[in-house]
Each structure stands twice: as structure tokens, then as C-alpha cells.
Design a protein. Structure first.
Length: 151
């Protein structure tokens, strides 16, 4: 990516919710858990972790959906029901944005993959680090540093 700090724009399937980020993600991921398989209607979900305060809902009024709390809040377009972003309790410094919303999908390539214990047998991603569950909080600083150095 030549210009790391340019804003990026995205929208849901119907276009009623428009999102904007003003900073690149600190991490990208794929999650193979059964919940993500169901919510994404696909083999895995994709995430771009964007710093809180660098993510904006520019238009529309997303509603909560999917599994309702207490640790996760999933936000959807109220009209087309597209899954747009997730907030996780205890990870208050980032927003997990679905990178396939962005007009340019360059942040969709996952750097890590999680919950491979539930992955579909044929599902493969280009992730460099695989976790049967989720990386521990202790593992995160090194992963963030490695991701930052790769861009
Ligand atoms: Zn929509
Ligand atoms: Zn998942």
C-alpha cells in the first residue's frame, strides 16, 4: 500500500449504511468459528481491526444483530441486514470491521486466522499465523508488531 494513511470508504449491500475509516487496520484476520460461518453465510468471516476513533458510520443507523452480547455486539444494516462491524467488550481500542464492505478490498487479506478447530475441511486462507482458538492477550503485541512491519 503506497499511501498508508488515506481514508477508506465502504457500504453495506444496499448502500443505506456507509462507513469510513481514517486509519489502516492494526491487524487483519479470518475467523473459522461456526458462529462466523453462520453469520457470514460463508466458510469464515473476515476482519480488519481498526483503531477506535478512526472508524465512523457516515450514513445510516446500524442495528445490533447476530448473537446478542454480553461480550460481542454485532452491527448490521437495518435494511439489507449486512453484517458490517463488531465491537468486543474488553477490546475497547479497536472496532472489527468487515473488510469486504470497503470499496477497495485491499484490507481483506487475513494475516491471522482463528478458531481453526471449527474450520471446514476444505477452507484455506493465506494467513501467516493459525490459531485453534484465539491468540492469547500475551501473543497480541508481537502479532501487531509483525503486521505493522509488513505493510
Ligand atoms: Zn444495507
Ligand atoms: Zn468467529
Amino acid at each position: 500500500m503506497s499511501d498508508k494513511n488515506r481514508p477508506a470508504f465502504g457500504s453495506c449491500r444496499c448502500g443505506h449504511v456507509r462507513i469510513e475509516v481514517s486509519a489502516p487496520p492494526v491487524m487483519t484476520a479470518a475467523c473459522h468459528c461456526r458462529g462466523c460461518q453462520r453469520m457470514s453465510a460463508s466458510a469464515f468471516s473476515l476482519t480488519a481491526m481498526v483503531p477506535m476513533g478512526k472508524f465512523y458510520v457516515a450514513e445510516g443507523d446500524p442495528v445490533k444483530g447476530g448473537i446478542m452480547g454480553p461480550q460481542l455486539d454485532h452491527y448490521f444494516c437495518p435494511d439489507c441486514k449486512t453484517w458490517i462491524f463488531t465491537r468486543i467488550t474488553g477490546m475497547d481500542n479497536v472496532v472489527n470491521v468487515r473488510p469486504t464492505m470497503f470499496d477497495e478490498p485491499e484490507w481483506s487479506r487475513p494475516f491471522i486466522e482463528t478458531m481453526t478447530s471449527e474450520k471446514l475441511p476444505w477452507a484455506e486462507t493465506p494467513a501467516l499465523h493459525s490459531f485453534e482458538g484465539f491468540p492469547t492477550p500475551e501473543a497480541f503485541p508481537a502479532l501487531l508488531a509483525e503486521f505493522a512491519n509488513r505493510r
